[in-house]
Write a protein that binds this ligand. Structure first.
Ligand SMILES: *Cc1c(COP(=O)(O)O)cnc(C)c1O
Length: 363
């Protein structure tokens, strides 16, 4: 079976260095809020071309804490894409705000900027722009709308580490960004981890206080905060993997190109990347009208695939208040998308095998 994503192989490439880092942290006797976190924050801020990075516990907390730090909560509305992982919506909900869904462009799968203004009300405070599957959202029009209406733009960069929009890194495009280092993301920890990046010093400081019980000075609590810290161990492990990220992304890009060249002529909709963007290729997502059967047939022929995602947030029991509302573009995407095997350690031969199976099935 060709795996969808071989996490073991990805981490095996860094095994010795990961173990060295692990040992160093254990032997240091210092496990929370120390030099490892500080150093990783500095490296990741540098990587994203921003002034500030705050390590946090995971991607959902990153987004949630940005909203809290901007004072967004009960009675406020946050614009979110209909087509995203549910964490984007949950961030708004956890802050006490109401998610207001906006449909995506059918070609890029990212939020359609031309539909945002119609969703803005006097209560709207922010837009969460998701860089889904690794492709940056179309940020310039989103920032222009936000400026006109006095809104914050928060990037959900959980799937797009290192992706570029007009030559600029995601994480530096909005007012603040949330990253996830969940093991399966392009930069993955050995467990849960996340980060906030921003050029807004005040926001960074507020997030830093919120992640640590609302405290700047130990046992002095300015606000009712949380415990959402990134720990030393995960920071040290991430610092091992960060220098290899661009090389790994380059390999993902090669795989995507191999798929795109070979699958052109079939009855499949292939990924469409904007001219001014470079995807981080977190996922290679195709669309098929017979998606479910194609997935079964691929599996029977030794190719593992996944669906990102099978049920949109507005149709989840968790968001029962939206269950009656129709978002046809998101629904179509959720019914048709299939993610092919993709990862930095996937061999040229394995990509060819996937291609050959798909051609056999669809020709
Ligand atoms: C993974 C993901 C998140 C949440 O990150 P966690 O670290 O799992 O909390 C948020 N948004 C998107 C788009 C994601 O893919």
């Amino acid at each position: 079976m060709i795996p969808f994503l071989d996490l073991k192989a990805i981490n095996l490439a860094h095994r010795d260095e990961l173990i060295n880092a692990f040992t160093r942290v254990i032997d240091s006797g210092w496990y929370v809020l120390g030099n490892e976190v500080k150093q990783f924050e500095a490296s990741f801020a540098d990587y994203c071309n921003v002034d500030h990075c705050v390590g946090v516990s995971n991607g959902l907390d990153a987004l949630h804490l940005i909203l809290r730090a901007y004072g967004i909560g009960a009675g406020d509305e946050v614009i979110v894409p209909t087509n995203t992982y549910i964490a984007t919506w949950l961030a708004a909900t956890y802050a006490g705000a109401t998610p207001v869904p906006v449909e995506p462009c059918i070609d890029t799968y990212n939020i359609d900027p031309s539909l945002i203004e119609a969703a803005i009300t006097p209560r709207t405070k922010a837009i969460i722009a998701v860089h889904l599957y690794g492709q940056p959202a179309d940020m310039d029009p989103i920032m222009a709308i936000a400026e006109k209406h006095g809104l914050k733009v928060i990037e959900d960069a959980a799937q797009a580490h290192g992706a570029l929009y007009k030559g600029r890194k995601v994480g530096s495009l909005g007012h603040a960004a949330g990253f996830s280092f969940y093991p399966g993301k392009n930069l993955g920890a050995i467990g849960d981890a996340g980060a906030v990046t921003t050029n807004d010093a005040e926001l960074a400081e507020k997030v830093r206080v919120l992640v640590n019980y609302g405290s700047k000075v130990k046992y002095h609590n300015e606000v009712q905060g949380f415990n959402c810290r990134l720990d030393e161990l995960q920071a040290a492990l991430l610092a091992v993997k960060l220098p290899a990220l661009d090389q790994e992304t380059a390999r993902r890009k090669e795989i995507a190109a191999q798929y795109t060249v070979a699958l052109q002529e079939l009855d499949l909709v292939l990924p469409s990347i904007m001219d001014n963007a470079e995807s981080a290729w977190h996922l290679y997502v195709v669309r098929s009208k017979n998606r479910d059967q194609l997935q079964i047939d691929l599996s029977a022929n030794g190719v593992a695939t996944m669906i990102h995602y099978p049920i949109p947030p507005h149709q989840q029991p968790a968001y029962a208040e939206f269950n009656g509302v129709s978002y046809p573009i998101a629904e179509q995407i959720h019914q048709q998308v299939l993610s092919l095997p993709m990862g930095p350690t996937m061999s040229h031969d394995d990509v060819s095998k996937v291609i050959n199976v798909i051609i056999e099935l669809l020709k």
